[in-house]
Design a protein around this ligand. Sequence first.
Ligand SMILES: [Zn+2]
Length: 114
Amino acid sequence: MTAALCLNCGEMKFGVLLPCPKCKTTGIAPMEIGIAFSDHHYTNDTLRQLGIVIKEINTHCDDPMKCLLVFLHYISQKVPDCPPLDLEVEEAQEIKSILAKCKLPNVVFEESER
Ligand SMILES: [Zn+2]
């Protein structure tokens, strides 16, 4: 079974396409983003740390799609080979201001062996 990160609530779940046991959401992100945050790509430890990031972002923002954008913006700053987000200037500013309010852990990005 694939261990994956729920991009909606930050809990770990099994199977990229299966609903999250906590928030019941199947996936708010496109499939390839879901796979990028599974143990096909990162270690369980890294995924758990990224879950903490998602939970922190969620405490500062109520809109799930916006939370996802904030998270992806955070990732694009941390992961060099991540393509930059294509955002409107206003939207980018809002996302940066949400991110600035978050107290984020220092995530260690470990790629999985698979
Ligand atoms: Zn969830």
